[in-house]
Design a protein around this ligand. Structure first.
Ligand code: FES
Ligand code: FES
Length: 157
């Protein structure tokens, strides 16, 4: 079966009931997406399916087939000459020095990018509600919210 990930087509074994996270990490080497709880609770494995967030540990390949999968590896823009421009969410996370251990960061940034694509100017309460659903064991929630607000002000959607 074929998967479309970050605008590239990948051939993977025809196992529609396998979780997308395992294919990304173990078979395709896209290890930016992190394993946390494995049961859909923590959000560290968050990726986009047709622009909406999904938790890859509980998203079966059958649900991803035919959809545009975007992972953290596909968040930055790559120009024709190979140059890379960070997504505004990535830049804001750097500017606010958000990461501590860094493990939750891909899920945080994918969640923030989807939020700002759907709602370019969220209120602080909307940012809190959406972002607090992705666990950060280091407790960086305050900096995460600040960074998402910064990205919104800088046109992160
Ligand atoms: S690893 Fe998928 S939600 Fe925790
Ligand atoms: S930065 Fe360590 S879990 Fe979030």
């Amino acid at each position: 079966m074929q998967l479309i990930i970050n605008d590239q087509i990948y051939e993977v074994a025809d196992t529609p009931d396998r979780p997308l996270l395992w294919i990304l990490r173990d078979e395709l080497g896209l290890t930016g997406t992190k394993f946390g709880c494995g049961i859909g609770i923590c959000g560290s494995c968050t990726v986009h399916l047709d622009g909406a967030t999904t938790r890859a540990c509980i998203t079966m390949l059958s649900a991803a087939q035919g959809k545009a999968v975007r992972t953290i590896e596909g968040l930055a823009e790559i120009s024709a000459d190979g140059g890379q421009a960070l997504h505004p969410v990535q830049q804001a996370f750097l500017d606010e020095q958000v990461p501590q251990c860094g493990w939750c960061m891909p899920g945080q940034m994918m969640t923030a990018a989807a939020l700002l694509e759907q709602k370019p100017d969220p209120s602080p309460e909307e940012i809190r509600q959406v972002m607090d659903a992705v666990y950060c064991r280091c407790g960086a929630y305050h900096r995460i919210r600040k960074a998402v607000g910064r990205a919104a002000r800088q046109g992160g959607g």
